[in-house]
Design a protein around this ligand. Sequence first.
Ligand SMILES: O=C(O)C1=C[C@@H](OP(=O)(O)O)[C@@H](O)[C@H](O)C1
Ligand SMILES: C=C(OP(=O)(O)O)C(=O)O
Length: 418
Amino acid sequence: MSSQKTVTVTPPNFPLNGKVAPPGSKSITNRALLLAALANGTSRLSGALKSDDTRHMSVALRQMGVVIDEPDEVTFVVTGQGKLQLPAQPLFLGNAGTAMRFLTAAVATVQGSVVLDGDAYMQKRPIGPLLATLGQNGIRVDSPSGCPPVTVHGEGRVQATRFEIDGGLSSQYVSALLMLAACGEAPIEVALTGKDIGARGYVDLTLDCMRAFGAQVEVVDDSTWRVAPTGYTANDYLIEPDASAATYLWAAQVLTGGKIDLGVAPEDFTQPDAKAQAVIAQFPQMPACVVGSQMQDAIPTLAVLAAFNNTPVRFTELANLRVKECDRVQALHDGLNEIRPGLATIEGDDLLVASDPALAGTSCNALIDTHADHRIAMCFALAGLKISGIKIQDPDCVGKTYPGYWNALGSLGVQLSY
Ligand SMILES: O=C(O)C1=C[C@@H](OP(=O)(O)O)[C@@H](O)[C@H](O)C1
Ligand SMILES: C=C(OP(=O)(O)O)C(=O)O
């Protein structure tokens, strides 16, 4: 649960200039860890993220017999045996959505019953659609609430030929099944039911990573993939920096009129959140409407930035943000209104931010409830670059994906008081 600790950001009265390299991508690190673990042989993953989410994944894989060495701050050396072993204890995955969803599918390859659990926040994050698909394919699963804890009763082999999945609530279900599909006994088709998936870019990320570890995936049509039963091949793999982490730095740059060298160009990212850079670059003339579904983890950054824009911004297609680490639509609304009543309103699943450039240079007495959500903490720190008196609860929650966040701001000269 949230700690009592807080951090107060003192607005710098100078542009933020300097060099800050964002950490490795959480999404890619957790995919690569899993695929390397399923391979037979040793893979060296460099440029990786070391954070709560990747620790949960790596500890769980070690519990299943995978040898993982960490020679330095950005490298995992993973030695898999081509098969995960039955863990002696339940897997505890904190609030790491990728670890929970990807492993729930992957442990179907294990012979025996595997329990996957998370923290109190994770126990509210739905996983029912993924479980239903596994169940329909003869993989017995128990989860009384439709959220973790989950028990998967694997039989050591996956005999499915087609996984049908509604990825409307989370693209992670689709990614989880695609990664499992290469471990089948015959080719497996993965087909989307339902309207569409939110961030399709995360599925593309999964396909890229699978192919890098030897998978053969054929795109049948817009919503169907056929995955050959190749298993995975060990590989040395370079992980790109985290695009969601980069959004805070891009926003800090435009908010303060500075120049932060991230060491990577926006167009070099393959992750969906990199699209946010084009929106950030338009500040203080951000567009009147921003669609959230294709870059959902960047929405907190954009919503706080919008408060300082010249004109209001409506964020649409945010339903999926309500089932993240917390209900982010509500948390953003509440935090913005804590800064200035009326700054944000919710209409259905849309968030309207009533921009007010005059906020810059003012002071307030706002205590931001992060709900232990790293992105809520990181995005409201951006407001603290322009307004004094912004106090953020539980600053350590950034450890989920960006443990070095406060140090990064400090290295740019931002004063932080704990
Ligand atoms: O596949 C991934 O790596 C992710 C997919 C997205 O989740 P949903 O698919 O649940 O929206 C994103 O929000 C999450 O941080 C990472
Ligand atoms: C939603 C997030 O994480 P996950 O779903 O992987 O827990 C996030 O990092 O913003």
